[in-house]
Design a protein around this ligand. Structure first.
Ligand SMILES: [Zn+2]
Ligand SMILES: [Zn+2]
Length: 210
């Protein structure tokens, strides 16, 4: 089975996800924003083998620990889309401006594009480029178990903020309409902050989508 263990990291309680196949023990770490020792402890407890770090987008709470995680697990950083290079190159400057420490610029080993495919054990994830919250934001969609790793595009009862550099409200609404709402109601998602939800629940109750 495809499993997800969520480890909240950083002052922003960002949901770093350890996504793994419990048969093969293959795993990836999605959005290690910081506190990599906490992520490593969870990986050890699960007894899984981390094979990559995936990033949904370049904000510091998602990517600030990516280089530390890369070193910790001896793997590559994959994603997001290269339109977030500017954000990834400025994590240290921006986090210092917020008075935060322990967050570092990240240099992905591989950029992602719409339609790319990644895998965790036997499970494939389709990459969808969803700009609006951040220009290079991607989400990871698994169709066999109907699971989405959503980052900060859509939340339970809310949507990503668009007041940060590179944010665009209409573009975010278009991304949600064309890349998320085209999926069936029973797709479940884990998002970057707060509780998980489903496409169907947000389609019927999310105030931003009515
Ligand atoms: Zn964000
Ligand atoms: Zn976030």
């Amino acid at each position: 089975m495809l499993q997800i263990a969520v480890v909240p990291v950083t002052e922003y309680q960002q949901n770093c996800s350890i996504v793994y196949d419990d048969q093969t023990k293959n795993a990836v770490v999605v959005d290690p924003g910081g506190e990599v020792e906490k992520i490593a402890a969870a990986v050890e407890e699960l007894g899984v083998k981390v094979e990559a770090v995936w990033l949904t987008h370049g904000h510091l709470d998602h990517a600030g620990g990516a280089e530390a995680a890369k070193a910790q697990f001896g793997v590559q950083i994959i994603g997001p889309h290269q339109d977030d290079k500017m954000l990834l190159d400025n994590i240290e400057m921006i986090s210092a401006g917020y008075g935060l420490s322990g967050m570092f610029n990240a240099s992905p080993d591989q950029w992602l594009e719409e339609g790319d495919s990644l895998s965790v054990g036997e499970y494939e994830f389709e990459v969808r480029h969803c700009p609006g919250h951040a220009p290079g934001h991607v989400v990871f969609v698994n169709h066999s178990r109907k699971i989405i790793l959503m980052g900060d595009v859509l939340f339970k009862g809310s949507i990503g903020r668009t007041d940060l550099p590179g944010g665009d409200h209409q573009q975010l609404l278009d991304s949600i309409a064309h890349k998320i709402m085209t999926l069936d109601d029973d797709y479940q998602f884990v998002c970057g902050h707060s509780a998980p939800s489903t496409v169907g629940a947000e389609r019927s109750t999310n105030p931003y989508l009515q």
